[in-house]
Design a binder for this molecule. Structure first.
Ligand code: ADP
Length: 269
């Protein structure tokens, strides 16, 4: 009776699927180990590069191996840039590992994206102006509040807009916030920059993936920015996609669900 119902006879078919499941698990474990190994190798490489600069240029300065004051200044600048990069890299790594371990706390509340943008607008405009590109921002009237972490939202927007400025030499970068009634908010970050080759598009959210290594380095990039952005969007319940055309520009689309339509005169759903 009872026992018979619980003890299942393992048929040949089931042995097969059990073996298949074990094989799949072993394959997953291998992918996990390989990814981990690759990640550690990447970190070592990323840390070694600035360390090499720091060591080399400190030695030159210490042994007075420079020809002029101007040259000395130049070396000091490099040392400073590389220290900043190293610091940035360590912070980014720390953030990512916290997020991946789930040890990351969000201060979620009902936030107005208009305010989020107001907080970063000045900084972004300044950077855009320095680069000679235009920064345009639009938000639809009826965009409702989002349940999220305001500071993390600022970080998402800043990261994507910084990239947009970094990889655009002329034209416009824009941030548009729209309401896809009634359940979704769409945030677009669009630039008229150099774009991303098709073959690279599916990798750009991966840690340390860079299309142009030299350009990224030049700007103090760590190759972790988009990996962090993706995590930040996803832990707040959103999704992110990228569309790009080489030589024309890039568009990032972020979608957040609207679970309850509070504020802005709206009523609870
Ligand atoms: P990085 O610190 O190198 O900018 P990210 O993770 O922020 O690292 O971006 C990964 C790579 O994606 C960049 O190195 C760059 O090649 C590419 N990328 C990101 N944003 C843009 C953009 N708006 N236009 C063109 N390429 C971009």
């Amino acid at each position: 009776g009872d026992l018979d119902a619980r003890v299942k006879v393992v048929t040949g078919d089931e042995t097969g699927s059990l073996a298949q499941a074990i094989n799949d698990l072993a394959a997953d474990l291998k992918v996990y180990r390989d990814t981990r190994r690759e990640f550690l190798a990447n970190i070592s490489h990323e840390l070694r590069t600035p360390m090499t600069y720091l060591e080399g240029y400190t030695k030159i300065l210490k042994e007075n191996l420079y020809q002029s004051e101007a040259e000395k200044e130049q070396y000091l600048d490099i040392i400073q840039q590389e220290s900043v990069r190293l610091n940035h890299l360590i912070n980014d790594l720390f953030e990512l590992s916290k997020m991946e371990e789930g040890k990351f706390s969000l201060n979620q509340e009902w936030i107005d994206l208009r305010e989020v943008v107001e907080n970063i607008h000045h900084k972004v405009s300044l950077k855009a102006k320095e680069k000679g590109v235009i920064f345009a921002f639009t938000i639809e009237e009826d965009v409702s509040l989002v349940f999220g972490d305001g500071l993390r939202m600022e970080q998402i927007f800043s990261n994507l807009l910084d990239n947009a400025i970094r990889y655009t030499d002329q034209g416009i970068i824009s941030l548009n916030i729209k309401s896809l009634q009634p359940y979704e908010i769409l945030i677009e970050i669009i630039d008229t920059g150099n774009g991303i080759p098709k073959e690279d598009l599916s990798y750009i959210f991966e840690r340390f993936y860079r299309v142009e290594k030299s350009r990224s380095r030049e700007h103090g990039g760590t190759g972790l920015g988009l990996a962090i952005v993706k995590q930040l969007v996803e832990i707040q319940g959103g999704t992110i996609q990228v569309f790009s055309e080489l030589g024309k520009g890039t568009r990032f689309e972020i979608r957040f669900p609207v679970t309850s339509k509070k504020g802005n005169g709206g009523e609870e759903l």
